[in-house]
Ligand binder design. Structure first.
Ligand SMILES: Nc1ncnc2c1ncn2[C@@H]1O[C@H](COP(=O)(O)OP(=O)(O)OP(=O)(O)O)[C@@H](O)[C@H]1O
Ligand SMILES: [Mg+2]
Length: 269
């Protein structure tokens, strides 16, 4: 069994472990028997068509959707066992960060980028001067410059705003980061730049990440392993090379057929 599916192996290196997860909304089952694990410092890509349950899985991991069945552990915390108030607690939200799909909605138009990043670190005082070294470090890390902390969101391009949103998630130094379709609103060339930047950060800092997209080409450059979802189930999992060289499931083969650039890096949007 591939490492990504082997959630039964309770090693200390698994940052995320999902076992036999079922989620229903009313009488509709949206996730069925989903199991996967993500080792510390690794990135797992989750691909699947619209409605396959990718965002629902992400919401279970951040604690906003409660599963019907299954064990979900993130950074040694039993997410399913958390009470409602524990899920909403700042401590848990800091550990698990979701990078938003649409950065405009997550950045306050009235706050400078510096204020937004300071607020992420300390919602009560949000003191830019106190955190300026940290803010400068993260802005540079995502390919922006430190002096941009004085600017407002409307002064940035879409790609730059997404970089700010990534900095805002990473500045908290979370144990686990979920990126759910974070490039789908961007131009193809800008997408590629953001993906390269994320791949670089991941290599340099060893961030543990789940990277979600409906597009296999988008996940391959950032991910160590890939999980393929179809109608709420994991139908295949393995390394990027394995999935490309020897796809097992017909749905994976269909995804690959729709991806003319394989196994190189291309975007077919
Ligand atoms: N709060 C909800 N109430 C009822 N049904 C929901 C809810 N959230 C999601 N669903 C349904 O669950 C299924 C999976 O949705 P989900 O958003 O997880 O898919 P997805 O893989 O993220 O799709 P996309 O690629 O379009 O983002 C869909 O059929 C959706 O309509
Ligand atoms: Mg989604």
């Amino acid at each position: 069994m591939s490492a990504v599916l082997d959630a039964s192996d309770e090693t200390v290196t698994a940052m995320v472990s999902v076992r036999d997860l079922d989620v229903s909304f009313g009488s509709t089952r949206v996730l069925h028997g989903v199991s996967l694990s993500i080792e510390t410092g690794r990135t797992v890509g989750v691909v699947g068509e619209s409605g396959s349950g990718k965002s629902t899985l992400a919401k279970v991991l951040v604690g906003t959707v409660r599963p019907e069945n299954g064990q979900v552990t993130v950074d040694a915390i039993d997410v399913n066992g958390l009470s409602h108030s524990q899920r909403g607690a700042f401590a848990y939200r800091r550990r698990v960060q979701m990078i938003p799909q649409d950065p405009f909605s997550s950045l306050s138009p009235r706050r400078t980028i510096g204020q937004t990043l300071a607020e992420a670190l300390d919602p009560v005082h949000a003191n830019v001067r106190r955190f300026s070294d940290q803010i400068a470090f993260w802005l540079e890390r995502v390919g922006l410059s430190a002096d941009m902390m004085r600017r407002f969101p409307h002064e940035f391009s879409g790609g730059q705003r997404q970089r700010v949103a990534i900095a805002r998630s990473l500045i908290l130094e979370p144990s686990f980061v979920i990126a759910d379709e974070i490039t789908s609103a961007l131009d193809v060339s800008v997408q590629a730049q953001i993906l390269d930047m994320l791949a670089e950060i991941k290599e340099a800092l060893g961030v543990t990440m789940m990277f979600i997209s409906h597009n296999l080409a988008v996940v391959q450059n950032v991910s160590d392993e890939v999980v393929v979802m179809y109608r709420g189930e994991v139908v295949e999992a393995g390394s990027v090379a394995q999935i490309y060289a020897d796809p097992q499931h017909w749905y994976t083969r269909r995804l690959l057929d729709a991806d003319p650039g394989a196994p190189g890096f291309s975007l077919d949007l």
